[in-house]
Each structure stands twice: as C-alpha cells, then as structure tokens.
Design a protein around this ligand. Structure first.
Ligand SMILES: Cc1cc2nc3c(=O)[nH]c(=O)nc-3n(C[C@H](O)[C@H](O)[C@H](O)COP(=O)(O)OP(=O)(O)OC[C@H]3O[C@@H](n4cnc5c(N)ncnc54)[C@H](O)[C@@H]3O)c2cc1C
Length: 463
C-alpha cells in the first residue's frame, strides 16, 4: 500500500481528549512523532464551550482546604449517580487517574487550576471540581493548544477530517485516511486514537439513539457528528451506552450562555410559566432537563437571590450574563414574577411554599437541599433545556483500547472522551457533573501514555 506519510501516533480530533492524548504521548519521548487531525478550521470542540470543570479526588488542592478524599469514594459517587449502569472497572480507572491528571495539568503543563469550593455539584460528597480561574473551557483548551505548539514532536493539522480507519488482513489498525484541503491522504500510523467526541451535532443519530431529547436545542460543537461510531462500525468495534447524554436544564437561549446550576445548589429553584415548581432540581441538571422540556413552552425560569448571585460572579459565563443585564431583579417576588411575565399569584404561592420547605429541610418532590431561605432582592432568568454532548460510544478497556464484539482488543486502536462509552450509564440521570471532561482528559491521557509506552517497548524489543 502507498502511504503519504508515516507517523507513530495519529489522533483524530483536537478537543480536550485529543490534545491531552497528544501531550501525554509526546512527553514520553522526543523521538515519537504524533499528529492531531482536526476536522474543523479551529481548535475548540465542546471542551471550549465547557465550564472547564474537572472532577478529581485526592488532590493537594482538596487537602489544602481539609478535604481528604479517596478515589474509591469518587468512584462510589459516580456509580451511585448512574445506578451502577456503567462499567465499574472504567469508573475506578478514571477516578484513580483523576488526582494525578489534575496535578499533571498543573505541574507538567503549567495550566492554572483551582478547586471550586463555593458549592458541590449533585451527587458529589465533597468539593472535587477543579477549573481554570475563569471557570471556562476556553481557557483550558487554549492552554492545551499552547502546550501542543511548544512541542516539536506534535503536528496539529486543521481542516483535516479523519474519514476511515485502515486495517490489515489481521484486522489490526495500521493507518487512517484523511480528507485535507489538498485532497485525500493515507497516513500510516503505529497507533490511532479516536477523540472525535459523540454525535450531538448529528440530528439523525440523536433521533435514533436519544429520541426523547431530540427536540432539545444542541448546545455543543458542530464537528461532533458521530464519526468515531461510523469508523468503528467499519472495523467491527463494539458500542455501549448509546442512549446516555449530558443534558442541561438552564441555557439562556436569548444570550446563548449557560446559567450555572450553582443557582440551584446554593438554594434557588425553578418554575414554569404558571409560576409552579415541577420537580426536585437538586437531583441533577441533566435529568431535570427532560422535565423542563415537558413544560408549556419547553422552558423554565430560575429564581434565586442576591447572596447566590454574588457567590457565582467568579464564573465567567455568569459574570457575562450579569454584565449584559440578563437577569431580572426585583425587591419582591410579585414584582419579579411580573418582570418575567409569569403568573404572579402562582409564583408568590410557590415562593412561600419553598421558604417553608427550606425551613423544614424537605419538599413534596423529595428535595432535601435547602442551604438557605431566600431573601430580597430576588433574581430570575428564563432558560431552556439543551443537549450538551452524548456519552455513549466505542467500548473500551481501562487502557482506553477499543474492543470488538467478541470483547477483544482491536490492535492499535484507542478512544476517549465522547468518542467512547463513558461513565454515565445509559440515561441522562447517570451524568454526574464533570463526567465529560473526566472521560475526555482522563482517557486521553491514559490512551496517550499507553500508546507511547507500547511503541517504545516494541521498539526496545526489536533492537
Ligand atoms: C456548555 C457546556 C458546558 C460543559 N461543561 C462541562 C464541565 O464543566 N465539565 C465537564 O466535565 N464537562 C463539561 N461539558 C462536557 C464537555 O465539554 C465534553 O464532555 C468534553 O469537552 C468532550 O471532550 P472531547 O475531547 O471528547 O470532545 P471535543 O472537545 O468536542 O473535541 C472533539 C473534536 O473532534 C473533532 N472531530 C470530530 N470528528 C472528527 C473527524 N472525523 N476528524 C477529525 N476531527 C474530528 C471536532 O471537530 C472537535 O473539535 C460541557 C459541555 C457543554 C456543551
């Protein structure tokens, strides 16, 4: 077969997973040549749209504020959230790698991360989200890209879509086909890592695998059209959890900006047009999104107070919303209801009931999270539910190697992030905050490490 180029490791997709994989592999040895092919004209991916929050257990940032957490505790939380639907070995592997991953990002790559100590996300027993200062994925992806550009042995090529995996007669992967602006190229590769995320931007696939949420707004990256699944199918790969996804209940459609669920975790609530609550918001924004979609107008309204507002201004998206006056503000609930054009008596009644529930510490929906009673001035914003990304994909083992339908490793093929089946089980309720970047950066690093180490070992054996 004629090849246009030969490389050690080829990575499809320049999001968090792809760049972490490239950096992990390239730092193993300067003699390893790594290429990252990105389909679109920029390095963004969902990673740029994210809040950049990476969950990790046992980090020094946790210990600094007195949190001593084991990776087994983190794994337990993830499994509890997804009702033990995901592969336990993968959950343990990712949880174990999470602490060293965050410290690698900070110490080896120089990416500034700090622990979010203002609030805990649903299902997390401790504060374990680590994020860039701005709490923005844009900062994270820019830092990763900067690090990639500093390495002589990583080539990053834009507008280069990996279209096909090339296998030999033993069904081992030996290269890829790439569509570039100059035409089709065949690249020989010792190892291939698929980091092309899921199928959120592919309406047809969403309708097939997640029909119940197909009407929701897609709030992720345009390039994520299910390519890993299509390429995997051609080489006999197995799949898992194709119905799993990260939904979110609170995007400001008017401004195209995410409203943090910190509004709820710090003591706020959500109502519909009638001014009525319709469920336990604290269970998680992913599964709650389905309930929002079922309300009249397919939207909801977040209600919180000034203290909560002030606590969340450290989050860039939230600060941006504040700066463009996206929130309605009023001294009374009645006035807030009228500004939001809600049924005023409905909202007043709901508010009084909510305050009593906060006093008792529980409500009719089973919510037990009431950190405070709300006090004026009050804040509100209209929000819509959205699909952020899909969580099902290629079946992998704890080395991020792709498995075939017989459960065997497809030689030389790896996957991570949204391209692989993650740790969120099979439904929206299984998504725990942070599972997205954990699977992207965690399996990216695992794949990069394993691919590079294997090549170096094979070479050592052949010398
Ligand atoms: C608004 C929002 C907020 C979020 N916040 C968080 C958060 O705080 N914490 C968290 O854990 N998760 C969060 N997530 C989820 C998280 O962003 C994703 O799980 C994660 O970024 C996935 O990383 P990835 O590398 O797999 O994919 P991406 O970052 O999407 O990268 C995939 C890349 O592959 C490219 N590509 C696709 N097909 C091909 C192909 N055939 N050839 C070459 N390139 C290809 C795409 O163009 C894209 O650039 C959030 C998501 C959204 C939308």
């Amino acid at each position: 077969m004629l090849w246009d180029a030969e490389l050690d490791i080829v990575i499809a997709g320049a999001g968090g997973c792809g760049l972490a994989a490239a950096l992990a592999a390239a730092e193993k040895s300067p003699v390893l040549e790594v290429a990252v092919f990105e389909k679109t004209h920029q390095v963004m991916g969902n990673t740029a749209s994210s809040a950049g929050m990476i969950p990790a257990a046992g980090t020094r940032f946790q210990r600094d504020i007195g949190i001593w957490e084991t990776y087994e505790e983190m794994a337990e939380d993830i499994l509890k959230k997804n009702r033990s639907e995901s592969d336990k070995a993968l959950v343990l592997a990712l949880s174990k790698t999470s602490g060293p991953l965050v410290e690698w990002l900070v110490d080896s790559l120089g990416i500034e991360l700090s622990l979010i100590s203002e609030f805990k996300y649903p299902g997390q027993r401790n504060c374990r989200m680590h994020a860039p200062k701005s709490r923005s994925g844009m900062e994270l992806i820019r830092s990763l890209r900067r690090k990639v550009s500093e390495r002589d042995n990583i080539y990053l090529l834009l507008q280069s879509e990996v279209t096909r995996l090339i296998a030999n007669e033993r069904r081992e992967i030996i290269g890829v086909e790439v569509q570039t602006p100059d035409g089709k190229q065949r690249i020989r590769a010792n190892k291939v890592i698929l980091a092309t995320n899921g199928f959120g931007a592919n309406k047809e696939m969403v309708r097939k695998y997640i029909p119940e949420f197909a009407d929701a707004l897609y709030f992720g990256y345009e390039g994520n059209t299910g390519d890993a699944i299509k390429m995997g199918e051609q080489v006999g790969a197995d799949f898992a959890s194709l119905g799993a996804y990260q939904g979110h209940s609170a995007v400001s459609e008017t401004h195209g900006i995410l409203v943090t669920w910190g509004t709820i975790m710090l003591g706020g609530f959500m109502v519909n047009e009638e001014g009525r609550r319709f469920g336990d918001e604290s269970q998680g924004y992913s599964e709650f999104a389905m309930l929002v979609l079922q309300q009249s107008g397919k939207h909801g309204y977040l209600i919180f107070d000034h203290e909560i507002y002030s606590q969340l201004l450290s989050i860039e998206d939230f600060k941006n919303l504040a700066e463009i006056d996206a929130f309605k503000i009023a001294d009374t609930i009645e006035e807030l209801g009228s500004q939001l054009k809600l049924n005023p008596s409905g909202l007043q009644h709901t508010f009084e009931d909510f305050q009593q529930c906060a006093e008792r510490g529980e409500d009719q929906f089973g919510r037990k999270l009431f950190p405070k009673r709300l006090a004026p001035p009050f804040y509100g914003i209209k929000v819509v539910p959205a699909l952020f990304h899909t969580q099902g994909g290629l079946k992998i083992n704890t080395n991020a190697q792709v498995l075939n339908k017989q459960g065997e490793v497809i030689v030389n093929l790896y996957a991570g992030g949204g391209a692989a089946a993650g740790v969120s089980g099979n439904h929206a309720y299984g998504y725990m905050s942070g599972n997205g970047l954990l699977a992207a950066l965690g399996f990216g690093k695992i794949a990069g490490d394993h691919a590079a180490t294997t090549i170096l070992q094979e070479r050592g054996a052949n010398e």
